[in-house]
Design a protein around this ligand. Structure first.
Ligand code: TRP
Length: 437
């Protein structure tokens, strides 16, 4: 199995390259991702989903410009391209190749049920037109491409918004189908939805979104941001009149940038009747304080596309150093093989075994006997407590091998699942082992 770094939890997410990042993207996705990318014990993949962009956008100049701006935003916001894998989807030819492999194991019915596709069909029904009107095969295949993005790198966790959860579930389905047919090659990914991240309201109070045309640009020039902020909808209360923080978009945006103390002080100012103009000035200053230091880096990147191109190509090289040997393994698995090299079925068994998690039994200096379940790269999925004899430890292992995840309950007191390993993940590993036995 493919293991870029042995024991790290791998996070992966894609950013579709249409549009220009706004404050809502920054607060909801960019800022938390940059912070998360610095968490020890994690390995992070962030990529520009430009193949996905082609599904929604047929304006080449816009695709190019958006890719440039989004890449510059992420780097300006502090993403360290040497610390994480930061690349452009279209620089990784293994992704469309894997898309085809998955296309061949994915039921058409699964794709029929995808929300985005169904919404398009429903709309046509509503309009009384042919159900396929304006539905491209690209839209239909969107979940397969996305599954390839994710399982190409054997991601464990995929940070996404709620609207994307179904896509992650479909990726799991495709990974499981492939594993079932060809052996345990893929990790089954899980969505990671961060409930604590605020959705930012836009100028009109609805969720900040390009489709509502109510956004404040992230790196638009300061003077323009000031103008946009002046356009935030407020009520008509006069200076001196106490104001409601409840339902105030201005207040919520402020809160997304401010410390709790700063937020409290604005709350007081509301109660004391701060003028809307003054509150808008405070908001502008607070946002500018966070954004201004990044703006110079953003400008310099956007003005030096060659530098950005170099960074992305370097990122692609690093990502391909993972993807390309893994793809070779997958080609082998499905039978796209060198005709001159015949593997015996015994060899095949061996490689398959090597890709599986394994139980390790050992004795500690406390004289007790332990076991753990370890992925090929060394990541621990399960740790036992000490047993008095090797026989007892062996019996527990045998029970888990024979019963798979169903054996976990009876051993609940004797085993521990490390915090970063989810129940699902452990269950999958045990099922794989059971299938292989
Ligand atoms: N579909 C995602 C979105 O619209 C973008 C995306 C493409 C993605 N490939 C991905 C997200 C892989 C997570 C993992 O937001």
């Amino acid at each position: 199995m493919n293991r870029p770094a042995s024991d790290a939890v791998r996070y992966l997410t894609g950013i579709t390259t249409t549009g220009t990042p706004h404050l809502g993207n920054y607060v909801g996705a960019i800022r938390p991702a940059v912070q998360a990318s610095r968490t020890p014990g994690t390995q992070n993949f962030y990529f520009l989903a430009d193949y996905h962009a082609l599904i929604k956008c047929d304006d080449p100049a816009r695709i190019q410009r958006s890719t440039l701006e989004i890449a510059a935003c992420w780097l300006a916001a502090g993403l360290d391209p040497e610390q994480v894998f930061f690349y452009r989807q279209s620089d990784i030819p293994e992704i469309p190749e894997l898309t085809w492999f998955l296309t061949c194991v994915c039921g058409k019915g699964l794709l029929n049920r995808a929300h985005a596709y169904k919404a398009a069909v429903d709309k046509n029904h509503g309009a009384g037109t042919d159900p396929d009107t304006d539905v491209t095969a690209g839209l239909f295949m969107y979940p397969v491409l996305m599954a390839a993005d994710i399982i190409m790198f054997n991601a464990h966790k995929v940070p996404v918004g709620r609207d994307q959860i179904q896509h992650i579930e479909m990726a799991r389905d495709m990974a499981a189908s492939f594993n079932h047919l060809y052996g345990p090659h893929f990790t089954l990914p899980e969505a990671a939805v961060d409930e604590s991240v605020a959705t930012l309201p836009g100028l009109d109070g609805r969720k900040m979104s390009k489709s509502y045309d109510n956004t404040i640009g992230l790196f638009t020039p300061a003077a323009q941001i000031r103008k946009q902020i002046a356009g935030i909808v407020t009520d008509s209360r006069a200076p001196g009149e106490p104001k409601d923080t409840e339902g105030s978009a201005l207040f919520q945006i402020y809160q997304a940038f401010a410390t709790p103390e700063e937020t409290e002080s604005l709350r007081r100012a509301y109660a004391e009747g701060i003028a809307w103009g003054e509150a808008k000035q405070l908001l502008f200053e607070r946002i500018d304080r966070e954004i201004a230091p990044m703006r110079a880096r953003y400008q310099s990147l956007v003005e030096n596309p060659a530098e950005l191109e170099r960074i992305l190509r370097r990122g692609a090289e690093r990502a391909r150093s993972v993807a390309s040997p893994f793809m070779a393994q997958l080609r082998q698995a499905v039978g796209l093989r060198d005709l001159a090299s015949q593997t015996t079925s015994k060899d095949a068994k061996k490689t398959e075994k090597a890709a599986l998690p394994a139980f390790k039994q050992y004795r500690e200096t406390d004289g007790l006997h332990y076991f753990k379940l370890v992925e090929p790269g060394g990541r621990v999925l399960l740790q036992s407590q000490g047993f008095a004899s090797p026989r007892e430890a062996g019996q527990a292992v045998a029970a888990l091998r024979a019963q798979g995840p169903a054996g976990l309950g009876a051993l609940a007191d004797q085993i521990q699942r490390p915090h970063e390993v989810s129940e699902n993940e452990l269950g999958n590993a045990l099922s794989l082992l059971m299938q292989a036995d």
